[in-house]
Design a protein around this ligand. Structure first.
Ligand code: MIC
Ligand code: SF4
Length: 646
């Protein structure tokens, strides 16, 4: 039986397990990336595990999330990460160099290799034919130390792209169409592979827009073939020697296949407050808008920016609109400056931001009350922009720029006329002067990491007790995101290195009293609905509940990265055998998991008693042997220490 592209890469990197869907496999990891908002914890964890030096082919730390520096905290985090990189053997991409996924695509991604990153949009590098997966910081720390990365063997989904996009319809519209068809849960447990004659019509940055938003499908990863377009991009980046061709075998078998006719696609928008609430832009045309933000790791490549400049040329941003543009990297910004496109944007009245995540993670540019904001980003969860009642729509750069000029939602295919040809340059401007190499191993041993006063130790779990009896501290519904569990934004992100402090914001979007209540209870449970923990890879969404005493989270189903983060933290991820049981629990019910230690160790039945209401229900907790040990020993940190040298 032939193999898919992802199966070929997995086969070449398989350290343990069998390639049977849902069974746990261990992968050799060639490259890692971290960003600053998750990176401080990852390097603290690396240090806490007693690891001396990274063992990967390439590990890179990016500073791109927390760059407002409204207090000393962010700058201290940057200094700590810089010192950890020097010591541990990691390349350090300085603030100003760009958004992790954009820079990684430009400078480091290699077809056929594996990458894990402490950021859910790490699959952006799948646009280059790399198997790139988002993970929690602890998993990245272990992989940096040479350990395997474990995932359930994914199923394979093929998306066949037919024909060619018409003018002003974009790669963003392709992934919005996939989201419309599959939903934010549709990718869970899957790798999405793109195929068909439409593939060759898309450049690497366009492919990367599509694989980037595979994260919104809940997919383990997304990947494109590596072909002549990949070679052209690598050549233009001066990295031709990194090229290897990659195609699926002709008789490769997929678990599911969908088809999209690119020629029939129209501009689309994801409506508030979910990336899969997709409608044609033509249905929204004429709606008054307040803000447009162009950038983020989804849509900030040179090609995107050149299209935006073309649309803005000689025009003025509508008086009712604030237009913010963040080019994705120093390379992009430099080239825009050199070729005059930046000047066109400035002349039109765009507000040029630094090459960072910025508004995408609520670091500034929050819309006005009830404001309608069009963003080229990947997430429009309620409140993520920093304005609770803002209405955020996710659109292509083309729709965003055309609407910024018009002052209302508008369909670029109807208003912009013929699209000129846009091509990638033959040579990008290459200047890696903001990527600092690590110290040599000899020099490194004399170096120390530098920690400011806001950098606290990461909390550690404790071994699983025989029984757990505690109250239900919170009950939430379906599709709870990690932004609900552990919100980000300018006020909260500065505390990513301080779990005691950041935990005071845990779940406050859903219930402002939760942190206080959980602390008072000492130990507690949380109940959630389907797809609990979708969205980011932030392990703070597990570490803060751990700090607040949450022992188990019981749901209808979990998102992949968050479930792994709970296990890494030593928190039990349990699911109802009968989803209808969800309705039988209320806040502050007294719950018990009798003999839970034995049930986990032996894989026996798990019973949850509701002492308040006098009934019991059955739960599931499918775990590999490795995960069982982790839960029994109180999480991955303990597990790694206990099993060091095994
Ligand atoms: C996001 O887009 O939500 C983030 C911020 O990049 C997160 C990481 C984090 O919370 O630091 C992600 O996607 O994993
Ligand atoms: Fe940054 Fe937004 Fe991309 Fe997350 S999704 S890495 S916050 S740009």
């Amino acid at each position: 039986m032939g193999l898919t592209i992802a199966q070929k890469i997995i086969k070449n990197h398989l350290l343990s397990g069998e390639m049977v869907p849902t069974q746990e496999i261990g992968l050799k990891i060639d490259q890692t990336l971290t960003q600053d908002a998750t990176g401080t914890m990852a390097y603290l964890e690396f240090e806490a595990m007693g690891l001396a030096r990274v063992k990967t082919e390439r590990s890179v730390a990016y500073i791109d999330h927390n760059t407002l520096q409204s207090g000393f905290e962010n700058a201290d985090d940057h200094r700590f990460i810089q010192s950890a990189c020097k010591k541990f053997g990691v390349y350090y991409s300085r603030p100003g160099n760009g958004i992790c996924h954009q820079v990684h695509l430009e400078r480091f991604a290699v077809p056929g290799k594996t990458l894990i990153g402490s950021d859910s949009h790490t699959p952006t590098a799948g646009g280059m034919g790399m198997l790139a997966i988002g993970a929690g910081g602890l998993d990245v720390a272990v992989a940096m130390g040479g350990g395997a990365y474990y995932i359930p063997m994914p199923k394979m989904v093929r998306v066949i792209l037919k024909n060619k996009l018409s003018g002003w319809v974009a790669a963003k519209d392709i992934i919005l169409e996939v989201l419309r068809q599959l939903s934010v849960k549709g990718g869970v447990g899957n790798i999405i592979e793109y195929a068909g004659d439409g593939v060759k019509t898309l450049s690497v940055p366009e492919r990367a827009t599509i694989t980037n938003m595979g994260a919104e499908l809940g997919a383990t990863s997304s990947i494109f073939p590596s072909d002549e377009n990949t070679l052209a991009f690598l050549k233009a980046q001066g990295r031709e020697s990194d090229y290897v061709p990659l195609q699926p075998d002709e008789d490769a078998v997929y678990d599911q296949t969908i088809e999209i006719d690119l020629a029939a696609l129209k501009p689309l928008a994801a409506c508030p407050h979910s990336p899969d609430a997709v409608k044609p832009v033509s249905e929204l045309a004429g709606m008054k808008i307040d803000q447009v933000c162009i950038g983020s790791c989804t849509n900030s490549s040179l090609l995107d920016m050149l299209k935006v400049a073309e649309i803005l040329k000689g025009k003025t941003v509508a008086p009712n609109v604030s237009l913010a543009i963040s080019p994705g990297s120093k390379q992009v910004l430099n080239m825009l400056a050199d070729n005059g496109a930046l000047s066109i944007m400035i002349a039109a009245g765009a507000r040029i931001l630094e090459s960072t995540c910025g508004p995408c993670i609520g670091m500034g540019q929050s819309p006005n009350s009830g404001g309608v904001s069009l963003r080229t980003f990947n997430r429009n969860f309620e409140g993520r922009s920093g304005t609770k009642d803002a209405q955020v729509y996710l659109v292509s750069p083309e729709t965003a720029a055309a609407s910024a000029i018009a002052g209302v939602f508008c369909d670029p295919t109807k208003t912009l006329g013929q699209m000129p040809a846009f091509t990638l340059p033959e040579h990008f401007t290459i200047n890696d002067n903001m990527i600092e190499p690590p110290a040599s191993p000899e020099e490194a041993s004399a170096l120390a990491t530098i920690k400011g006063p806001n950098i606290k130790e990461c909390p550690n779990g404790s071994p699983l007790p025989e029984n757990i009896c505690a109250k239900l501290a919170l009950k939430v519904g379906d599709n709870i995101t990690t932004d609900h569990i552990m919100p980000a934004g300018a006020k909260i992100l500065p505390f990513r290195s301080n779990v005691p402090k950041i935990s005071t914001f845990c779940f406050t979007q859903c219930d402002p009293d939760f942190p206080e209540r959980a602390k008072e209870l000492g130990q507690s449970f949380i109940i959630g609905g389907a797809n609990y923990g979708q969205g980011s890879s932030r392990e703070h969404a597990a570490l803060a509940p751990l700090y607040l005493g949450v022992k188990a989270v019981i749901t209808k189903s979990f998102a992949r990265i968050h479930r792994a983060n709970l296990i890494n933290a030593g928190i039990l991820p349990l699911t109802f055998q009968n989803e209808a049981d969800y309705d039988r629990f209320d806040l502050l019910d007294e719950l018990c998991l009798p003999n839970i230690q034995q049930a986990i160790a032996t894989g026996g039945p798990i019973v949850l008693q509701n002492k308040t209401k006098g009934f019991a229900v059955e739960l599931d907790c499918p775990l590999s042997d490795r995960q069982k040990d982790m839960i029994l020993e109180g999480g991955l940190l303990n597990y790694t220490k206990n099993h060091a040298g095994n």
